[in-house]
Design a protein around this ligand. Structure first.
Ligand code: DGL
Length: 263
C-alpha cells in the first residue's frame, strides 16, 4: 500500500520521538503523521557529529520524497547537531527539540540539565546555556552528559519496574531538565530520584508545530482567496505511518504507551 503524501513527519534516533508525537497528537487530532525511528543505529548521543548528520539526512530525503508538510526533529541530539544545515537544504519547515532550560530557570535557581554527550558538546546547546546564564546570572546551571541513559531507556522502555537510577548523575538540584526525548519515559522516576520538578520540552514543540502549520495554512488560505480556488478541508481521522527498519517496534511501543492519544 502506498504512503499518502503531505503528512507531518517525526524523526528520532529511536523511541524518544514517540513522546513528542503523543504530545502533538493531543493538539492535532486530525492530521496525517509519519514516524521514522532509526532504532537500529541508536543511540546517537555518543556518535561524532558527521555520522549523526549523515543518518538524519537519510530520513530527510525520505520525508522530502513524501512531500512532508513539516518535519519535527523529535530528538535534541539531531537538533543540536543538524538543524541549521538541514534548514538550509530542505524547503519544508523543520521544528527542533530544545532542552527546556528557560522554563526551568524561571522556576528554580539550581537547575540540572540532563542530555546526551553530543548535545552537551554542541555549539547550539552552549549558545542556549550562555543566553540563559546572561539573562539569569544568579542561577546555578549544572550540565550533566548521560552516557548510557538513552540506550537503557531504548532497551527497557516496556519494563515498568526497571530502575534508571544507576545511570543518573549525582546531585541535589531544585529542578531538572530532560534534554533528550528518550528521558521523558523515565520522567516519574527522575522526579522521585531528585525529588524536584522536572521539565521537558514536548509541550513547547507541539506549540511551535501548531503555530508553524497555522502560519503556513494562512498563507495558503490567502493565496486561495486571491486565486478564488476552493479550500480543501484537511479534517480526517489521524493516521500514523511508521517508517524505517524498526517500524514494528516503534508501533508496538507507541500502542503500549500512547494509544489513547490516537483514538
Ligand atoms: N532522543 C534523542 C535525544 O533527544 C537521542 C538519544 C540518543 O540516540 O542518544 O537526544
Amino acid at each position: 500500500m502506498g504512503i499518502p503524501h503531505g503528512g507531518i513527519a517525526f524523526f528520532d534516533s529511536g523511541i524518544g520521538g514517540l513522546t513528542v508525537l503523543a504530545e502533538c497528537l493531543k493538539r492535532l487530532p486530525n492530521e496525517l503523521f509519519y514516524y521514522y525511528g532509526d532504532n537500529a543505529r541508536a543511540p546517537y548521543g555518543n556518535l561524532p557529529p558527521e555520522r549523526i548528520y549523515g543518518y538524519v539526512e537519510e530520513s530527510m530525503e525520505l520525508f522530502a520524497s513524501l512531500h512532508a508538510r513539516a518535519v519535527v526533529l523529535a530528538c535534541n541530539t539531531a537538533t543540536a547537531v543538524c538543524i541549521e544545515t538541514l534548514r538550509k537544504k530542505y524547503a519544508f519547515p523543520i521544528i527542533g527539540a530544545e532542552p527546556a532550560v528557560l522554563p526551568a530557570v524561571k522556576a528554580s535557581d539550581d537547575v540540572l540539565v540532563l542530555s546526551t554527550c553530543a548535545t552537551q558538546s554542541s555549539a547550539r546547546f552552549s549558545r542556549l546555556c550562555q543566553r540563559v546564564k546572561k539573562q539569569f546570572p544568579t542561577v546555578r546551571l549544572t550540565l550533566a552528559p548521560c552516557h548510557d541513559l538513552a540506550k537503557e531507556i531504548e532497551n527497557h522502555v516496556l519494563d515498568s519496574a526497571y530502575s534508571y537510577a544507576p545511570f543518573l548523575p549525582t546531585g541535589n538540584p531544585s529542578a531538572v531538565v530532560l534534554g533528550c526525548t528518550h528521558y521523558v519515559y523515565a520522567k516519574e522516576q527522575i522526579q522521585k530520584h531528585y525529588n524536584c520538578p522536572v521539565f521537558d520540552g514536548n509541550e513547547g514543540i507541539a506549540n511551535r508545530l501548531v503555530e508553524r502549520l497555522f502560519l503556513a495554512e494562512n498563507t495558503v488560505a490567502e493565496q486561495n482567496i486571491r486565486d478564488e480556488r476552493p479550500l480543501v478541508t484537511t479534517a480526517r481521522p489521524p493516521k500514523i505511518y511508521f517508517l524505517g527498519g524498526e517500524k514494528s517496534r516503534n508501533l508496538r511501543v507507541f500502542e503500549h504507551m500512547f494509544a489513547k492519544y490516537s483514538k
